[in-house]
Write a protein that binds this ligand. Structure first.
Ligand SMILES: [Zn+2]
Ligand SMILES: [Zn+2]
Length: 430
């Protein structure tokens, strides 16, 4: 059995002694209840098996057609790359770029970097360029959105079924399996365990000595002890500054920050830009349909109304929540967290940390409508009968989703706990 180790919480920075976790159990922070460690038996081995299977499915999903649409014996089929190409040809290159990156490039980078790290480790060797591969994995992880794509495909199929006969093809099923494999792989892949194994292979870890450096501090935080937590591999490192910046993590190479730099100003910048673009995203047409019966321009809301009227009310509710409610709640929620942190509020930091976690978790689902539009644009290309093109609001909406994701990534929840902490120190000094 492994001895207890000193852990710092990634959400509130509290230092605590963590006992070794048994498989299936979870160790949570005793102040903010964030998950610190989860016991996984044979985690890296399972992760490798799921990832290798995901690579195969990724290839099948990208080379075979997803769905076919048949009108009067004329069938239009599309692959994922094909639908990205149609967007590009229609002049919607920012949208094509966004869809291509989130559904093709990032899932591929994520699985390949995981393979690169896990295969050598399986044979007891330290992977070459582990730092670079891990950096790639870290970059790709929040931006691969296969599960949102599946939901988008489902909504698109229901919409298309009203127009013509829909023929599900190979990639539709392989994408569903791929989604499950990616979820299983990331559930069993624990970066902390990965780096602990690499470190064991290198025999390179020294125990930490704790010396509180903030006088009068009531609770022991990593920053208070002159330590920095690496968010990626969980290593606690003494904060040594080089030219005003804390150096990179010596174990995994990720940039180290005691607190994310310029966290609040960056969050504000992204939030304000997202708020401005939220207006055209909802007012301008998101889709232009031209058919024998004339031209029609749809906004996000009129798309929801159409689904509701045609009887698909669960999907109407889904699109309404993902496209209208989630972005709005994200902007309001993050705005509230940023203002309260800036004002040094000590009010319910635990609940505010929980709000942050929810915002971070649900943000990606707003991409749903972008994927629905992509599929409709790619498939409804019957020159004489009907064509669908993406409208300007689609680009504004894509930008809102990306900006709110960046805003959530820039916000540092530990700042909320710092306010409570500083107040406590002040009270004790006076
Ligand atoms: Zn915590
Ligand atoms: Zn690290």
């Amino acid at each position: 059995m492994r001895p207890a180790e000193v852990l710092a919480c990634h959400d509130c920075d509290l230092l605590q002694l963590g006992p070794a976790v048994s498989p299936g159990s979870t160790l949570r922070c005793r102040r903010c209840h964030a998950e610190l460690r989860r016991g996984r038996s044979n985690g890296p081995e399972y992760a490798l098996a799921f990832t290798l299977a995901a690579v195969v499915l990724l290839i099948i999903s990208n080379v075979s057609p997803i769905v076919g649409l048949s009108v009067n014996g004329h069938v239009v089929r599309t692959t994922l790359a094909g639908s990205v190409r149609v967007l590009y040809i229609d002049g919607m290159w920012p949208l094509a770029l966004l869809v291509g990156i989130t559904t093709i490039v990032m899932p591929a980078l994520q699985t390949l970097s995981m393979c690169w790290l896990l295969v050598p480790l399986r044979f007891g060797r330290v992977p070459a360029y582990a730092v670079e591969a891990f950096r790639l994995f870290r970059l790709a992880r929040p931006w691969g959105m296969t599960e949102v794509l599946i939901l988008g495909l489902l909504v698109a199929l229901v919409k298309l079924a009203h127009i013509a006969k829909v023929v599900p093809e190979t990639a539709l099923w392989s994408f569903v399996v791929l989604m499950l494999l990616l979820a299983a792989a990331s559930a069993s892949f624990d970066p902390h365990e990965l780096w602990a194994r690499i470190a064991r292979a290198r025999h390179a870890e020294r125990p930490l000595k704790l010396r509180p450096s903030t006088p009068g501090s009531a609770t022991l935080t990593a920053a208070g002890c002159g330590l920095v937590l690496c968010h990626e591999c969980g290593l606690l490192v003494p904060a040594r500054h080089e030219k005003g910046h804390v150096r990179d993590c010596p174990r995994c190479g990720s940039p180290l920050h005691s607190r994310k730099p310029l966290s609040l100003s960056r969050t504000w910048a992204y939030l304000l830009a997202a708020t401005v673009l939220y207006v055209p995203a909802n007012v301008l047409p998101v889709m232009d349909t031209s058919s024998l019966f004339g031209a029609q321009k749809d906004t996000i809301m009129s798309g929801v109304v159409y689904l509701w009227i045609s009887g698909s009310w669960p999907l109407a509710a889904l699109v309404f929540i993902a496209s209208i409610v989630v972005p709005m709640l994200k902007i309001i929620g993050l705005g509230y967290l940023t203002i309260s942190t800036q004002l040094g509020s000590r009010w319910l930091p635990e609940q505010r940390t929980r709000i942050y976690r929810v915002v971070e978790l649900v943000g990606r689902w707003s991409m749903l409508d972008i994927y629905v539009i992509t599929m409709l644009v790619a498939l409804v290309q019957f020159q004489a009968l009907a064509t669908i093109k993406a409208g300007p609001a689609a680009i504004a909406f894509g930008a809102v989703v990306v900006l709110t994701l960046f805003a959530a990534l820039s916000f540092d929840p530990r700042l909320m706990w710092d306010a409570a902490e500083t107040d406590h120190v002040r009270a004790r000094r006076s």
